[in-house]
Design a protein around this ligand. Structure first.
Ligand code: NOJ
Length: 507
Protein backbone atom coordinates (compact mmCIF):
# COMPACT_ATOMS: atom_id res chain seq x y z
CA UNK A 1 0.00 0.00 0.00
CA UNK A 2 2.76 2.36 1.07
CA UNK A 3 4.56 1.60 -2.17
CA UNK A 4 1.52 2.62 -4.21
CA UNK A 5 1.04 5.82 -2.24
CA UNK A 6 4.65 6.65 -2.86
CA UNK A 7 4.28 5.82 -6.53
CA UNK A 8 1.32 8.17 -6.81
CA UNK A 9 3.32 10.81 -4.95
CA UNK A 10 6.26 10.32 -7.29
CA UNK A 11 4.15 10.44 -10.43
CA UNK A 12 2.29 13.51 -9.28
CA UNK A 13 5.59 15.11 -8.38
CA UNK A 14 6.81 14.46 -11.95
CA UNK A 15 3.66 16.13 -13.24
CA UNK A 16 4.12 19.04 -10.86
CA UNK A 17 7.75 19.41 -11.90
CA UNK A 18 6.74 19.57 -15.52
CA UNK A 19 4.47 22.47 -14.67
CA UNK A 20 7.19 24.16 -12.68
CA UNK A 21 6.08 23.20 -9.17
CA UNK A 22 7.31 20.66 -6.73
CA UNK A 23 6.46 19.78 -3.17
CA UNK A 24 8.29 21.94 -0.67
CA UNK A 25 10.65 19.37 0.73
CA UNK A 26 14.18 19.50 -0.60
CA UNK A 27 15.53 15.99 -1.04
CA UNK A 28 19.26 15.74 -0.78
CA UNK A 29 21.85 13.04 -1.29
CA UNK A 30 23.92 12.60 1.85
CA UNK A 31 27.53 13.76 1.81
CA UNK A 32 28.80 10.19 1.89
CA UNK A 33 26.60 9.12 -1.05
CA UNK A 34 29.07 8.17 -3.77
CA UNK A 35 28.58 9.55 -7.28
CA UNK A 36 30.52 8.01 -10.12
CA UNK A 37 30.74 7.06 -13.76
CA UNK A 38 31.42 3.73 -15.41
CA UNK A 39 33.25 2.23 -18.39
CA UNK A 40 34.58 -1.18 -19.40
CA UNK A 41 37.90 -2.31 -20.84
CA UNK A 42 36.86 -3.54 -24.30
CA UNK A 43 34.60 -0.56 -24.82
CA UNK A 44 37.23 2.14 -24.17
CA UNK A 45 40.81 0.89 -24.09
CA UNK A 46 41.61 0.07 -27.71
CA UNK A 47 45.23 -1.12 -28.10
CA UNK A 48 43.73 -4.54 -28.65
CA UNK A 49 47.01 -6.23 -29.58
CA UNK A 50 49.56 -3.84 -28.12
CA UNK A 51 52.17 -4.42 -25.39
CA UNK A 52 51.51 -8.13 -25.04
CA UNK A 53 47.72 -8.11 -24.69
CA UNK A 54 46.10 -11.43 -25.62
CA UNK A 55 43.03 -11.87 -27.77
CA UNK A 56 39.60 -11.70 -26.14
CA UNK A 57 36.35 -13.25 -27.32
CA UNK A 58 35.15 -9.80 -28.38
CA UNK A 59 38.29 -9.24 -30.48
CA UNK A 60 37.69 -12.57 -32.19
CA UNK A 61 33.91 -12.16 -32.59
CA UNK A 62 33.98 -8.69 -34.14
CA UNK A 63 37.01 -9.46 -36.32
CA UNK A 64 35.29 -12.57 -37.66
CA UNK A 65 31.87 -10.99 -38.12
CA UNK A 66 32.38 -7.26 -38.84
CA UNK A 67 29.01 -7.22 -40.59
CA UNK A 68 27.17 -7.53 -37.26
CA UNK A 69 28.44 -4.12 -36.08
CA UNK A 70 25.88 -1.39 -36.79
CA UNK A 71 28.43 1.19 -37.99
CA UNK A 72 31.35 -1.16 -38.54
CA UNK A 73 33.44 0.26 -35.66
CA UNK A 74 34.90 -2.37 -33.34
CA UNK A 75 36.99 -2.01 -30.19
CA UNK A 76 40.44 -2.18 -31.83
CA UNK A 77 40.97 1.52 -31.14
CA UNK A 78 37.83 2.52 -29.20
CA UNK A 79 38.61 5.65 -27.11
CA UNK A 80 42.27 4.67 -26.90
CA UNK A 81 42.12 4.93 -23.13
CA UNK A 82 45.15 2.66 -22.98
CA UNK A 83 47.12 5.75 -23.99
CA UNK A 84 44.66 8.46 -22.91
CA UNK A 85 43.97 7.42 -19.33
CA UNK A 86 45.32 10.70 -17.95
CA UNK A 87 42.77 12.60 -19.98
CA UNK A 88 40.09 10.23 -18.63
CA UNK A 89 41.09 11.04 -15.07
CA UNK A 90 41.12 14.72 -15.93
CA UNK A 91 37.48 14.38 -17.05
CA UNK A 92 36.62 12.59 -13.82
CA UNK A 93 38.10 15.54 -11.94
CA UNK A 94 36.12 17.98 -14.06
CA UNK A 95 32.96 16.09 -13.10
CA UNK A 96 33.98 15.89 -9.45
CA UNK A 97 33.01 12.22 -9.09
CA UNK A 98 33.66 10.21 -5.95
CA UNK A 99 34.30 6.91 -7.71
CA UNK A 100 35.23 5.56 -11.12
CA UNK A 101 34.05 2.11 -12.16
CA UNK A 102 36.23 0.51 -14.83
CA UNK A 103 37.06 -3.07 -15.71
CA UNK A 104 40.28 -4.99 -16.03
CA UNK A 105 40.86 -6.78 -19.29
CA UNK A 106 41.68 -10.37 -18.34
CA UNK A 107 43.66 -11.02 -21.57
CA UNK A 108 45.62 -7.78 -21.12
CA UNK A 109 47.15 -9.06 -17.92
CA UNK A 110 46.96 -12.83 -18.56
CA UNK A 111 47.26 -13.27 -22.34
CA UNK A 112 46.87 -17.06 -22.18
CA UNK A 113 44.02 -16.78 -19.68
CA UNK A 114 46.17 -18.60 -17.11
CA UNK A 115 48.57 -17.01 -14.63
CA UNK A 116 51.49 -18.85 -16.28
CA UNK A 117 52.33 -15.64 -18.13
CA UNK A 118 51.78 -12.31 -16.44
CA UNK A 119 51.96 -9.40 -18.83
CA UNK A 120 53.83 -6.75 -16.87
CA UNK A 121 52.89 -3.95 -19.26
CA UNK A 122 49.22 -4.73 -18.72
CA UNK A 123 49.74 -4.80 -14.95
CA UNK A 124 51.52 -1.45 -15.22
CA UNK A 125 48.62 0.12 -17.12
CA UNK A 126 46.10 -0.53 -14.35
CA UNK A 127 48.68 0.40 -11.74
CA UNK A 128 49.08 3.79 -13.39
CA UNK A 129 45.34 4.29 -13.71
CA UNK A 130 44.65 3.37 -10.08
CA UNK A 131 47.47 5.59 -8.81
CA UNK A 132 46.28 8.49 -10.93
CA UNK A 133 42.75 8.10 -9.52
CA UNK A 134 43.93 7.94 -5.93
CA UNK A 135 46.15 10.97 -6.44
CA UNK A 136 42.90 12.92 -6.89
CA UNK A 137 40.95 11.11 -4.22
CA UNK A 138 38.73 9.21 -6.68
CA UNK A 139 37.89 5.71 -5.46
CA UNK A 140 38.50 2.98 -8.02
CA UNK A 141 35.59 0.52 -8.32
CA UNK A 142 37.02 -2.36 -10.30
CA UNK A 143 35.08 -4.93 -12.31
CA UNK A 144 36.99 -8.16 -12.85
CA UNK A 145 34.93 -9.42 -15.75
CA UNK A 146 33.07 -7.24 -18.24
CA UNK A 147 32.45 -9.69 -21.12
CA UNK A 148 36.03 -10.05 -22.45
CA UNK A 149 37.10 -13.64 -21.80
CA UNK A 150 40.56 -14.60 -23.09
CA UNK A 151 40.04 -16.43 -26.41
CA UNK A 152 42.32 -19.36 -25.42
CA UNK A 153 39.87 -20.14 -22.61
CA UNK A 154 36.95 -19.92 -25.01
CA UNK A 155 38.77 -22.46 -27.15
CA UNK A 156 38.49 -24.77 -24.15
CA UNK A 157 34.74 -24.17 -23.88
CA UNK A 158 34.72 -20.84 -22.04
CA UNK A 159 32.01 -20.48 -19.38
CA UNK A 160 30.45 -23.80 -20.41
CA UNK A 161 33.51 -25.62 -19.08
CA UNK A 162 33.19 -26.20 -15.30
CA UNK A 163 36.93 -25.44 -15.05
CA UNK A 164 36.04 -21.81 -15.83
CA UNK A 165 35.18 -21.42 -12.15
CA UNK A 166 38.80 -22.13 -11.26
CA UNK A 167 40.20 -20.05 -14.15
CA UNK A 168 38.32 -17.05 -12.84
CA UNK A 169 39.46 -17.63 -9.29
CA UNK A 170 43.10 -17.77 -10.44
CA UNK A 171 42.67 -14.54 -12.40
CA UNK A 172 41.01 -12.90 -9.39
CA UNK A 173 43.97 -13.89 -7.20
CA UNK A 174 46.42 -12.14 -9.53
CA UNK A 175 44.28 -8.99 -9.52
CA UNK A 176 43.74 -8.97 -5.74
CA UNK A 177 47.48 -9.51 -5.20
CA UNK A 178 48.47 -6.66 -7.49
CA UNK A 179 45.85 -4.03 -6.65
CA UNK A 180 44.19 -5.14 -3.39
CA UNK A 181 46.23 -2.68 -1.33
CA UNK A 182 44.59 0.26 -3.15
CA UNK A 183 41.20 -0.92 -4.46
CA UNK A 184 38.39 -1.09 -1.88
CA UNK A 185 35.43 -1.83 -4.17
CA UNK A 186 35.41 -4.94 -6.31
CA UNK A 187 32.78 -6.24 -8.70
CA UNK A 188 33.35 -9.82 -9.75
CA UNK A 189 31.12 -10.20 -12.82
CA UNK A 190 29.20 -7.69 -14.91
CA UNK A 191 25.70 -8.78 -15.91
CA UNK A 192 25.75 -12.59 -15.88
CA UNK A 193 22.53 -12.48 -17.91
CA UNK A 194 24.36 -10.80 -20.80
CA UNK A 195 27.41 -13.03 -20.43
CA UNK A 196 25.24 -16.13 -20.70
CA UNK A 197 21.79 -15.53 -22.15
CA UNK A 198 22.96 -13.06 -24.81
CA UNK A 199 26.37 -14.71 -25.13
CA UNK A 200 24.80 -18.03 -26.11
CA UNK A 201 22.05 -16.55 -28.28
CA UNK A 202 24.56 -15.63 -30.99
CA UNK A 203 24.05 -11.89 -30.46
CA UNK A 204 27.14 -11.30 -28.37
CA UNK A 205 30.56 -12.93 -28.08
CA UNK A 206 31.41 -15.76 -28.22
CA UNK A 207 28.68 -15.85 -30.87
CA UNK A 208 27.72 -19.43 -30.10
CA UNK A 209 24.08 -20.36 -30.34
CA UNK A 210 23.03 -22.76 -27.59
CA UNK A 211 19.72 -21.44 -26.38
CA UNK A 212 18.09 -22.98 -23.35
CA UNK A 213 21.07 -25.29 -22.81
CA UNK A 214 24.51 -23.66 -23.02
CA UNK A 215 23.18 -20.42 -21.56
CA UNK A 216 21.94 -22.17 -18.40
CA UNK A 217 25.20 -24.10 -17.94
CA UNK A 218 26.98 -20.77 -18.29
CA UNK A 219 24.74 -19.17 -15.63
CA UNK A 220 25.68 -21.87 -13.14
CA UNK A 221 29.43 -21.56 -13.80
CA UNK A 222 29.47 -17.76 -13.84
CA UNK A 223 27.58 -17.59 -10.55
CA UNK A 224 29.96 -20.12 -8.99
CA UNK A 225 32.95 -18.22 -10.36
CA UNK A 226 31.63 -15.11 -8.67
CA UNK A 227 31.21 -16.96 -5.37
CA UNK A 228 34.70 -18.46 -5.55
CA UNK A 229 36.27 -15.05 -6.09
CA UNK A 230 34.20 -13.62 -3.23
CA UNK A 231 35.30 -16.40 -0.86
CA UNK A 232 38.91 -16.02 -1.97
CA UNK A 233 38.88 -12.35 -1.03
CA UNK A 234 37.07 -13.09 2.22
CA UNK A 235 39.65 -15.72 3.18
CA UNK A 236 42.92 -14.21 2.04
CA UNK A 237 42.55 -10.46 1.62
CA UNK A 238 39.65 -9.07 3.64
CA UNK A 239 41.51 -8.82 6.94
CA UNK A 240 44.47 -7.10 5.38
CA UNK A 241 42.71 -4.72 3.00
CA UNK A 242 39.15 -4.44 4.28
CA UNK A 243 37.60 -4.00 0.84
CA UNK A 244 34.12 -4.96 -0.31
CA UNK A 245 33.21 -7.41 -3.05
CA UNK A 246 29.92 -7.40 -4.97
CA UNK A 247 28.43 -8.40 -8.30
CA UNK A 248 26.66 -6.21 -10.91
CA UNK A 249 23.36 -7.62 -12.10
CA UNK A 250 21.37 -6.24 -15.01
CA UNK A 251 18.06 -5.63 -13.24
CA UNK A 252 15.26 -3.90 -15.09
CA UNK A 253 11.74 -3.55 -13.70
CA UNK A 254 8.78 -5.45 -15.13
CA UNK A 255 5.09 -5.51 -14.29
CA UNK A 256 1.88 -6.70 -15.90
CA UNK A 257 0.79 -4.90 -19.06
CA UNK A 258 -2.52 -4.42 -17.27
CA UNK A 259 -3.44 -5.61 -13.80
CA UNK A 260 -5.30 -8.61 -15.22
CA UNK A 261 -4.24 -11.73 -13.29
CA UNK A 262 -2.67 -13.42 -16.31
CA UNK A 263 -0.49 -10.38 -16.98
CA UNK A 264 0.61 -10.10 -13.36
CA UNK A 265 1.43 -13.81 -13.37
CA UNK A 266 3.43 -13.42 -16.57
CA UNK A 267 5.32 -10.52 -14.99
CA UNK A 268 6.13 -12.63 -11.93
CA UNK A 269 7.56 -15.34 -14.18
CA UNK A 270 9.62 -12.79 -16.08
CA UNK A 271 10.98 -11.34 -12.82
CA UNK A 272 11.91 -14.79 -11.55
CA UNK A 273 13.89 -15.54 -14.73
CA UNK A 274 15.59 -12.14 -15.01
CA UNK A 275 15.94 -11.06 -11.37
CA UNK A 276 15.46 -14.16 -9.22
CA UNK A 277 17.78 -16.42 -11.19
CA UNK A 278 20.74 -14.24 -10.17
CA UNK A 279 19.52 -12.73 -6.91
CA UNK A 280 18.18 -15.85 -5.18
CA UNK A 281 21.45 -17.83 -5.07
CA UNK A 282 23.14 -14.98 -3.17
CA UNK A 283 20.36 -13.11 -1.35
CA UNK A 284 17.42 -15.46 -0.74
CA UNK A 285 16.89 -17.19 2.58
CA UNK A 286 17.14 -20.71 1.17
CA UNK A 287 19.73 -20.01 -1.53
CA UNK A 288 19.84 -21.78 -4.90
CA UNK A 289 17.87 -20.96 -8.05
CA UNK A 290 14.22 -19.89 -7.66
CA UNK A 291 11.81 -22.80 -7.23
CA UNK A 292 9.48 -21.44 -9.93
CA UNK A 293 12.30 -21.28 -12.49
CA UNK A 294 13.55 -24.77 -11.63
CA UNK A 295 10.06 -26.24 -11.93
CA UNK A 296 9.25 -24.54 -15.23
CA UNK A 297 12.49 -25.55 -16.93
CA UNK A 298 12.29 -29.11 -15.55
CA UNK A 299 8.74 -29.54 -16.86
CA UNK A 300 9.56 -28.16 -20.30
CA UNK A 301 12.76 -30.21 -20.52
CA UNK A 302 10.80 -33.39 -19.79
CA UNK A 303 8.23 -32.58 -22.46
CA UNK A 304 11.07 -31.97 -24.90
CA UNK A 305 12.58 -35.40 -24.22
CA UNK A 306 15.61 -34.29 -22.19
CA UNK A 307 16.74 -36.81 -19.59
CA UNK A 308 17.27 -34.08 -17.02
CA UNK A 309 16.36 -30.45 -16.59
CA UNK A 310 18.33 -28.16 -18.90
CA UNK A 311 18.95 -25.94 -15.87
CA UNK A 312 21.84 -27.59 -14.04
CA UNK A 313 21.35 -28.25 -10.35
CA UNK A 314 23.42 -26.70 -7.61
CA UNK A 315 24.79 -29.11 -5.00
CA UNK A 316 24.36 -28.44 -1.28
CA UNK A 317 27.97 -27.22 -1.10
CA UNK A 318 27.49 -24.94 -4.09
CA UNK A 319 24.33 -23.46 -2.59
CA UNK A 320 26.24 -22.77 0.60
CA UNK A 321 29.19 -21.27 -1.28
CA UNK A 322 26.88 -18.85 -3.10
CA UNK A 323 24.59 -17.88 -0.24
CA UNK A 324 25.62 -14.53 1.20
CA UNK A 325 28.55 -14.20 -1.22
CA UNK A 326 28.33 -10.41 -1.71
CA UNK A 327 28.97 -7.37 0.43
CA UNK A 328 26.80 -5.29 -1.86
CA UNK A 329 24.47 -5.63 -4.81
CA UNK A 330 25.50 -3.73 -7.93
CA UNK A 331 22.46 -2.81 -10.00
CA UNK A 332 22.70 -1.96 -13.67
CA UNK A 333 19.30 -0.49 -14.42
CA UNK A 334 18.20 1.02 -17.72
CA UNK A 335 14.50 0.52 -18.46
CA UNK A 336 11.25 -1.25 -17.60
CA UNK A 337 8.98 -3.68 -19.39
CA UNK A 338 5.29 -4.48 -19.54
CA UNK A 339 4.59 -8.20 -19.52
CA UNK A 340 1.77 -10.39 -20.80
CA UNK A 341 1.47 -14.09 -21.62
CA UNK A 342 2.89 -14.85 -25.03
CA UNK A 343 0.76 -16.12 -27.88
CA UNK A 344 3.79 -16.55 -30.12
CA UNK A 345 6.14 -19.46 -30.74
CA UNK A 346 9.74 -18.99 -29.66
CA UNK A 347 12.75 -21.12 -30.56
CA UNK A 348 12.58 -24.28 -28.55
CA UNK A 349 14.40 -24.85 -26.34
CA UNK A 350 15.17 -21.32 -25.21
CA UNK A 351 14.72 -19.11 -22.19
CA UNK A 352 12.01 -17.24 -24.10
CA UNK A 353 10.13 -20.46 -24.63
CA UNK A 354 10.67 -21.45 -20.99
CA UNK A 355 9.21 -18.15 -19.80
CA UNK A 356 6.42 -18.01 -22.38
CA UNK A 357 5.85 -14.29 -21.97
CA UNK A 358 5.88 -11.25 -24.20
CA UNK A 359 7.48 -7.97 -23.18
CA UNK A 360 6.89 -4.47 -24.50
CA UNK A 361 7.30 -0.82 -23.59
CA UNK A 362 4.58 1.67 -22.87
CA UNK A 363 4.21 3.78 -26.03
CA UNK A 364 4.29 6.93 -23.94
CA UNK A 365 7.77 6.30 -22.54
CA UNK A 366 10.45 8.52 -24.05
CA UNK A 367 12.70 6.84 -26.61
CA UNK A 368 16.49 6.85 -26.67
CA UNK A 369 18.78 6.00 -29.55
CA UNK A 370 18.63 2.30 -28.55
CA UNK A 371 15.56 0.27 -29.45
CA UNK A 372 15.49 -1.49 -26.09
CA UNK A 373 15.88 1.64 -23.98
CA UNK A 374 12.89 3.80 -23.00
CA UNK A 375 12.59 6.07 -20.02
CA UNK A 376 10.36 4.89 -17.14
CA UNK A 377 11.86 6.40 -13.98
CA UNK A 378 9.23 4.94 -11.65
CA UNK A 379 10.69 1.54 -12.58
CA UNK A 380 13.86 2.05 -10.55
CA UNK A 381 11.76 3.03 -7.55
CA UNK A 382 9.56 -0.04 -7.85
CA UNK A 383 12.54 -2.31 -8.44
CA UNK A 384 14.19 -1.06 -5.24
CA UNK A 385 11.07 -1.62 -3.16
CA UNK A 386 10.63 -5.08 -4.65
CA UNK A 387 14.23 -6.00 -3.75
CA UNK A 388 13.74 -4.69 -0.23
CA UNK A 389 10.65 -6.80 0.23
CA UNK A 390 11.92 -10.01 -1.32
CA UNK A 391 15.59 -9.84 -0.33
CA UNK A 392 15.47 -7.91 2.95
CA UNK A 393 17.07 -4.60 2.18
CA UNK A 394 20.35 -5.45 0.42
CA UNK A 395 23.08 -2.83 0.40
CA UNK A 396 23.03 -1.37 -3.11
CA UNK A 397 25.29 0.51 -5.46
CA UNK A 398 23.70 1.53 -8.72
CA UNK A 399 26.69 0.50 -10.82
CA UNK A 400 25.18 1.54 -14.15
CA UNK A 401 22.37 3.70 -15.40
CA UNK A 402 22.47 5.57 -18.68
CA UNK A 403 20.85 6.92 -21.80
CA UNK A 404 21.80 6.80 -25.46
CA UNK A 405 21.69 9.61 -28.00
CA UNK A 406 23.19 10.38 -31.37
CA UNK A 407 26.23 12.63 -31.69
CA UNK A 408 25.95 16.25 -30.52
CA UNK A 409 26.67 18.14 -27.33
CA UNK A 410 23.17 19.32 -26.58
CA UNK A 411 21.92 16.11 -24.97
CA UNK A 412 18.83 17.44 -23.21
CA UNK A 413 17.17 14.02 -23.27
CA UNK A 414 20.05 12.58 -21.22
CA UNK A 415 19.76 15.46 -18.75
CA UNK A 416 16.02 14.81 -18.33
CA UNK A 417 16.58 11.09 -17.81
CA UNK A 418 19.36 11.68 -15.32
CA UNK A 419 17.20 14.03 -13.28
CA UNK A 420 14.10 11.84 -13.43
CA UNK A 421 15.94 8.72 -12.31
CA UNK A 422 17.92 10.48 -9.59
CA UNK A 423 14.66 11.90 -8.23
CA UNK A 424 13.18 8.40 -8.20
CA UNK A 425 16.29 7.12 -6.41
CA UNK A 426 15.87 9.82 -3.75
CA UNK A 427 12.32 8.57 -3.16
CA UNK A 428 13.56 4.98 -2.94
CA UNK A 429 16.17 6.02 -0.36
CA UNK A 430 13.57 7.98 1.59
CA UNK A 431 11.46 4.82 1.68
CA UNK A 432 14.21 2.73 3.19
CA UNK A 433 16.38 1.50 0.32
CA UNK A 434 20.03 1.26 1.28
CA UNK A 435 21.59 2.85 -1.80
CA UNK A 436 25.19 3.88 -1.22
CA UNK A 437 26.05 5.20 -4.64
CA UNK A 438 25.05 5.91 -8.21
CA UNK A 439 27.09 5.47 -11.38
CA UNK A 440 26.36 6.92 -14.80
CA UNK A 441 27.00 4.74 -17.82
CA UNK A 442 29.11 6.17 -19.27
CA UNK A 443 31.95 8.62 -18.74
CA UNK A 444 32.25 8.97 -22.50
CA UNK A 445 30.96 7.55 -25.77
CA UNK A 446 32.41 4.11 -26.40
CA UNK A 447 31.98 0.95 -28.41
CA UNK A 448 28.48 -0.24 -27.61
CA UNK A 449 29.18 -3.88 -28.52
CA UNK A 450 27.40 -4.75 -31.80
CA UNK A 451 25.88 -1.26 -31.98
CA UNK A 452 29.45 0.03 -32.49
CA UNK A 453 29.42 3.78 -32.02
CA UNK A 454 25.92 4.26 -33.43
CA UNK A 455 24.50 4.56 -29.89
CA UNK A 456 26.25 7.18 -27.76
CA UNK A 457 26.07 6.81 -23.98
CA UNK A 458 28.70 9.37 -22.97
CA UNK A 459 28.57 12.38 -20.69
CA UNK A 460 31.52 13.29 -22.91
CA UNK A 461 31.32 13.06 -26.65
CA UNK A 462 34.20 11.25 -28.34
CA UNK A 463 35.38 12.13 -31.82
CA UNK A 464 36.38 8.66 -32.97
CA UNK A 465 37.86 10.01 -36.21
CA UNK A 466 40.30 12.32 -34.49
CA UNK A 467 43.84 11.15 -33.79
CA UNK A 468 43.64 11.56 -30.03
CA UNK A 469 39.95 10.48 -29.78
CA UNK A 470 39.07 13.96 -28.62
CA UNK A 471 36.62 14.12 -25.71
CA UNK A 472 34.24 17.07 -25.22
CA UNK A 473 31.82 17.64 -22.34
CA UNK A 474 28.14 17.44 -23.21
CA UNK A 475 25.45 19.44 -21.45
CA UNK A 476 24.75 16.38 -19.26
CA UNK A 477 28.34 16.43 -17.99
CA UNK A 478 27.86 19.97 -16.72
CA UNK A 479 24.51 19.13 -15.14
CA UNK A 480 25.90 15.98 -13.47
CA UNK A 481 28.84 18.00 -12.13
CA UNK A 482 26.36 20.42 -10.56
CA UNK A 483 24.28 17.59 -9.04
CA UNK A 484 27.41 16.09 -7.49
CA UNK A 485 28.43 19.46 -6.10
CA UNK A 486 25.04 20.43 -4.68
CA UNK A 487 23.75 16.92 -3.87
CA UNK A 488 20.30 17.95 -5.07
CA UNK A 489 18.45 17.57 -8.36
CA UNK A 490 17.49 21.00 -9.68
CA UNK A 491 15.02 20.70 -12.48
CA UNK A 492 15.66 24.08 -13.98
CA UNK A 493 19.40 24.54 -13.72
CA UNK A 494 21.43 25.05 -16.88
CA UNK A 495 25.02 26.24 -16.90
CA UNK A 496 25.59 29.92 -17.70
CA UNK A 497 28.04 29.20 -20.45
CA UNK A 498 25.88 26.63 -22.13
CA UNK A 499 24.34 29.05 -24.57
CA UNK A 500 27.78 29.91 -25.87
CA UNK A 501 28.69 26.25 -26.15
CA UNK A 502 25.51 25.60 -28.04
CA UNK A 503 26.09 28.43 -30.42
CA UNK A 504 29.62 27.23 -31.02
CA UNK A 505 28.30 23.82 -31.78
CA UNK A 506 25.87 25.24 -34.29
CA UNK A 507 28.50 27.32 -36.07
C1 NOJ B 1 25.28 -2.69 -19.75
C2 NOJ B 1 26.67 -3.14 -20.04
O1 NOJ B 1 27.31 -3.47 -18.86
C3 NOJ B 1 27.49 -2.10 -20.81
O2 NOJ B 1 28.62 -2.74 -21.27
C4 NOJ B 1 26.66 -1.53 -21.92
O3 NOJ B 1 27.41 -0.65 -22.72
C5 NOJ B 1 25.48 -0.79 -21.32
N1 NOJ B 1 24.67 -1.77 -20.63
C6 NOJ B 1 24.59 -0.07 -22.33
O4 NOJ B 1 24.00 -1.00 -23.16
Amino acid sequence: MKMYLRLIQFLSCCVLCVYGWSDNRIRKFKDDFSFGVSTSAYQIEGAWNIDGKGESIWDRFLHNYPEVIADGRNGDEACNSYHQYKRDVEMLRELGVDHYRFSISWPRILPSGYPNIINEKGIQYYDNLINELLKYNIQPMVTLYHFDLPQPLQDLGGWINPLSVEWFEDFARVVFDKYGDRVKYWITINQPNDVCIQGYSGLMAPGIVSKGVGDYICVKNVMLAHAKAYRLYEREYKKKYNGQVGISLGLNWAHGKTNATENEEAAAIYRDFTIGLYMDPIWSEDGGFPRTVKERIAKKSKEQGFKESRLPTLSKEEIKLLKGSADFLGINHYTSFLVEPSGQQYDSPSIDDDMGVKISHNKEWRSSQSMWLKSAPYGIYRLCLYLNKVYKYPQIYITEHGWSTTTGLNDKSRVTTLRDYLSAILFAIEDGTDIKGYTVWSLMDNVEWIAGTSERFGLYEVDFDSKDKKRTARLSALVYKRIIEKRIVENDWLPDNWKIEKEREEL
